[in-house]
Design a protein around this ligand. Structure first.
Ligand code: NAD
Ligand code: UGA
Length: 465
C-alpha cells in the first residue's frame, strides 16, 4: 500500500515526538495526531512553542517546521481515523488501580477504547500499529475488537479490513529526538508481510534497513517489556553497590567505570541515584511480575519483584539518612529541593523519586523550597497531594530562582541531575544557608570539594560524607 495518511491516537510523550519525526522525514505523508484531551491538543497547537505539552530538546524546532504543513494535532478522531492508511495506538497504559491485578497488571481500557474508535471510524484497509508498551498477547484483544467490526458489516462496499502490528517505542525522555533519529533498532512484530513492509518503508526514510528487526507479534511485545526490565535491573544493581561503597570507602564512580569498561557489561545505565522514576519502569516491571505469576512462574516473578523492592529501599534509606544526619529531626527545619522531574531534560514528573522523598520530608515536619528549571508549580501541586488534600503553602513553596532557593535553608537535597547544578557558586550559597548546613546529593553531581571548601557538610550517594 502507498501510505499517504498516518494517524496517531495519543498526543503524549511518545505520540507527539514520534509523529513529529515521521512528519519531518516523510513530507509526502500527512501525519494527524489525535487525542481525547482537548487541553493537550490546544497545547500542541500553541503559537508559543515554549508552551508545548512535552519538553524535549530539539522538538519545538521540528514542530515549528512541520505543523500546519504535514503535521496536524486535533481532537477530531472520526475524521482522521477514517482518512488513515496506518494508525499508531500510542495511548497511556497505566497500572490497574482496582480489581483483579490491581497494583500490577496493565489497565488496557485506553487501548481498548482506541481499538473501538478505530473499528467505528476506519474505512477500507487499515494497518493498526501498537506503539504503546503492552502486555504480551494484547494484539489478540485488539484484533478481536477490530474483527467484530468487520463481521458486523454486511455491505461489502463498506467492508473494513485490518492488519495489526507491534512496533514498540524505545525512546527515553530528555533524549527523545536523538533516540528517534538514531535508534539502536526498530522492532516490528507481525504476520502480515505486506503491512510490515509498509511500516519498514516509513522508517527506512531515515534509518538503515539493517537496524529494522522483524519478529512475530508476541516476541515484539515481550521484548519491549524485557528491555525496560533489564535497564531498570542495572539501576537497582548499581544502587545496591552505592550503599556498599558508602559503607566501605570505595568510590561509586570508579567502580561503575571499572565495571562498565568490560564490553560484555557496557558502560551505560550505571549511575547510582535516588532510584528510577518515570512512567514506565515501575509499571512495566510490575506487569512482568504479574504475567510471570499468571503463568505460574513464581521464582521469575520474585526475581523481578526484587528490582522494584531495591528501588523503594534506596529512596527510604535517603530519607532516613537525611533525618538522622540533621540531628535526628527535621521538624521545623527548612530544606531546599533541587530538581523535581524524574530525570534531567524533561518536564515529566511521573513516578519521580522527588515526589516520594518530598512527601516523606514533609511528613517528618520539614518545610520545603522546591526548584526545578522545567517543572511548573501547578504540576508540583498535583503531585504533592496527601489523601487528595493539597499540601498548602505552609508546607512547601515553589522557587523560581536557583540561588534564592538556598536562602535560609538548613539543608539542600539534589534529586535531579540538571546540568546547571554541576557548576554552582558554593561560596555564594554558603552565605545564604543557615549554619550548620548540609548538602545531600543523591545524584553525585555537585562538586564535593567546592562544597566542603565553603564550609557546608556534604553527603553524596556512593561516597558518603
Ligand atoms: P501520555 O500519557 O503522555 O500520552 C497518552 C495520551 O493518550 C494522552 O494524551 C491521553 O489523553 C491519550 N488517550 C488516552 N486514551 C485515548 C483515547 N481513547 N483516544 C484518544 N486519545 C487517548 O503517555 P506516553 O508517555 O506517551 O506513553 C504512551 C505509551 O508509550 C505507554 O504505553 C508507554 O508505556 C509507552 N512508552 C512511553 C515512553 C515514554 O518515554 N514516555 C517511551 C516508550 C514507550
Ligand atoms: C526508559 C527507557 O530508557 C526507554 O528505552 C524506554 O523507551 C522508556 O523507559 C519507556 O518505555 O518509557 P525513560 O524512563 O524516559 O526511558 O528514561 P531513562 O533514561 O531510562 O531513565 C529512567 C530512570 O532511571 C530515571 O529516573 C533516571 O534518572 C534513572 N537512571 C537512569 C538512573 O538512576 N541511573 C542511570 O544510570 C540511568
Amino acid at each position: 500500500m502507498n501510505i499517504k495518511s498516518v494517524c496517531c491516537i495519543g498526543a503524549g510523550y511518545v505520540g507527539g515526538p514520534t509523529m513529529a519525526i515521521i512528519a519531518k522525514y516523510c513530507p509526502d505523508i500527512q501525519v494527524n495526531v489525535v487525542d481525547i484531551n482537548p487541553e493537550r491538543i490546544s497545547q500542541w497547537n500553541e503559537r508559543d512553542l515554549s508552551d508545548l505539552p512535552v519538553y524535549e530538546p530539539g522538538l519545538k524546532e521540528i514542530v515549528e517546521k512541520c505543523r500546519g504543513k504535514n503535521l496536524n494535532f486535533s481532537t477530531n478522531m472520526e475524521k482522521y481515523i477514517a482518512e488513515a492508511d496506518l494508525i499508531f495506538i500510542s495511548v497511556n497504559t497505566p497500572t490497574k488501580t482496582r480489581g483483579i491485578g490491581s497494583g500490577q497488571a496493565i489497565d488496557l481500557k485506553y487501548v481498548e477504547a482506541s481499538s473501538r474508535e478505530i473499528s467505528n471510524y476506519a474505512r477500507g484497509h487499515t494497518i493498526v500499529v501498537e506503539k504503546s508498551t503492552l502486555p504480551v498477547k494484547t494484539a489478540q484483544t485488539i484484533k478481536a475488537i477490530l474483527d467484530a467490526a468487520v463481521k458486523g458489516e454486511k455491505n461489502l462496499e463498506k467492508k473494513k479490513t485490518f492488519s495489526v502490528l507491534s512496533n514498540p517505542e524505545f525512546l527515553a525522555e530528555g533524549t527523545a529526538i536523538n533516540d528517534l533519529e538514531n535508534p539502536d533498532r526498530v522492532l516490528i512484530g507481525g504476520d502480515d508481510k505486506e503491512a510490515i513492509n509498509d511500516l519498514v518503508n516509513i522508517y527506512s526514510r531515515w534509518i538503515e534497513k539493517e537496524k529494522v528487526l522483524t519478529t512475530d507479534l508476541w516476541s515484539s511485545e515481550l521484548s519491549k517489556l524485557i528491555s525496560n526490565a533489564f535497564l531498570a535491573q542495572r539501576i537497582s544493581s548499581i544502587n545496591t553497590i552505592s550503599a556498599l561503597c558508602e559503607a566501605t570507602g570505595a568510590k561509586i564512580k570508579d567502580v561503575s567505570l571499572a565495571v562498565g569498561m568490560d564490553r560484555r557489561i557496557g558502560k551505560y545505565f550505571l549511575n547510582s541515584g535516588p532510584g528510577f522514576g518515570g512512567s514506565c519502569f515501575k509499571k512495566d516491571i510490575s506487569n512482568l511480575v504479574y504475567i510471570s505469576n499468571h503463568y505460574g512462574l513464581f521464582e521469575v516473578a520474585e526475581y523481578w519483584q526484587k528490582v522494584l523492592d531495591i528501588n523503594y529501599w534506596q529512596q527510604r534509606r535517603f530519607v532516613e539518612l537525611i533525618v538522622k544526619t540533621m540531628f535526628g529531626t527535621i521538624s521545623s527545619k527548612t530544606i531546599a529541593i533541587l530538581g523535581f522531574s524524574f530525570k534531567a531534560n524533561t518536564n515529566d514528573t511521573r513516578e519521580s523519586p522527588a515526589i516520594y522523598i518530598c512527601r516523606k520530608l514533609i511528613e517528618e515536619g520539614a518545610f520545603l523550597k522546591i526548584y526545578d528549571p522545567k517543572v511548573k508549580y501547578s504540576q508540583m501541586q498535583k503531585d504533592l497531594l496527601f489523601n487528595d488534600q493539597r499540601i498548602g503553602e505552609e508546607k512547601w513553596v515553589y522557587s523560581n530562582s536557583i540561588y534564592e532557593t538556598f536562602e535560609n535553608v538548613d539543608s539542600a537535597v539534589f534529586l535531579t541531575e540538571w546540568e546547571e547544578f554541576e557548576s554552582l557558586n558554593w561560596q555564594e550559597i554558603s552565605i545564604k544557608m543557615r549554619q550548620p548546613s548540609w548538602v545531600f546529593d543523591t545524584r553525585s553531581i555537585v562538586n564535593m570539594e567546592e562544597v566542603k571548601k565553603s564550609g557546608i557538610n556534604i553527603w553524596q550517594v556512593g561516597y558518603g560524607n
